[in-house]
Design a protein around this ligand. Structure first.
Ligand code: DGP
Length: 210
């Protein structure tokens, strides 16, 4: 059994809920407390698969099934690195994970069971934080930002609806994303700090979505 490994933390939420900024701030806050941590965005656009995803987000036409598998492959290509990093005692803050893959693809009309299978077997997150924001608040934030093909209220309402199902069935930790960036990050950091002693002594589990 691994002792004192890092934690795999996932931030999920609709677009504009503040995941990326929270991931950055939480890492900084943990580091200040002496807890080594790194952030891992998904999609990870630095890889070859990530570059294809980026082209898709900016207009390239691909079948939805291919899109789903690309996002999943993008997670699988760093799965081993995630495990090794956790084993070194470093906590990872993921900006999105398999759950984004599933909710976005179901919102695009794909079959739920088919969607679940591609990400099953990935390292299982220790804590999933769901940054809760209304569609109206997200739309307000969107007005000042550059957007991609998924960032419109009609699509985001489907995504939100799928997220709600996960949130309840998987006991996610909900965070009020209307708070300031600082407050959101502080809340997440203090929960991680609280849970770290207990969770870091447990083996890394495997995500079972089927
Ligand atoms: P982000 O870099 O977090 O803004 O994500 C870019 C876009 O990709 C965003 O509109 C949400 C979407 N997205 C993120 N992860 C997945 C996924 O796994 N599958 C699908 N279909 N879309 C995703």
């Amino acid at each position: 059994m691994n002792t004192n490994r890092g934690l795999l933390i996932v931030l999920e939420g609709i677009d504009q809920s503040g995941k990326s900024s929270a991931a950055q701030r939480v890492c900084e806050m943990l580091e200040k407390k002496g807890i080594q941590s790194i952030k891992q965005p998904f999609p990870d656009r630095s890889t070859d698969i990530g570059k294809l995803i980026d082209e898709f987000l900016h207009g390239k036409n691909l079948p939805q099934q291919v899109v789903h598998l690309l996002y999943s492959a993008n997670r699988w290509e760093v799965a081993q690195k995630i495990k090794e990093t956790l084993e070194k005692g470093i906590t990872i803050i993921c900006d999105r994970y398999a759950f984004s893959g599933i909710v976005y693809s179901i919102a695009n009309g794909l079959d739920e069971r088919w969607c679940n299978s591609a990400d099953s077997g990935l390292p299982k997150p220790d804590i999933v934080f769901f940054l809760e924001l209304s569609l109206e608040d997200a739309e307000q934030r969107r007005k000042t930002m550059k957007t991609d093909r998924y960032e419109n209220i009609k699509f985001q309402s489907k995504v939100k609806c799928e997220y709600e199902k996960f949130k309840d069935s998987m006991k996610w930790t909900c965070i009020d994303a209307r708070q300031s960036k600082e407050e959101v990050a502080l809340e997440i950091t203090s929960i991680i700090e609280q849970q770290l002693p207990q969770l870091s002594n447990q083996p890394i589990k495997t995500l079972d979505l089927i």
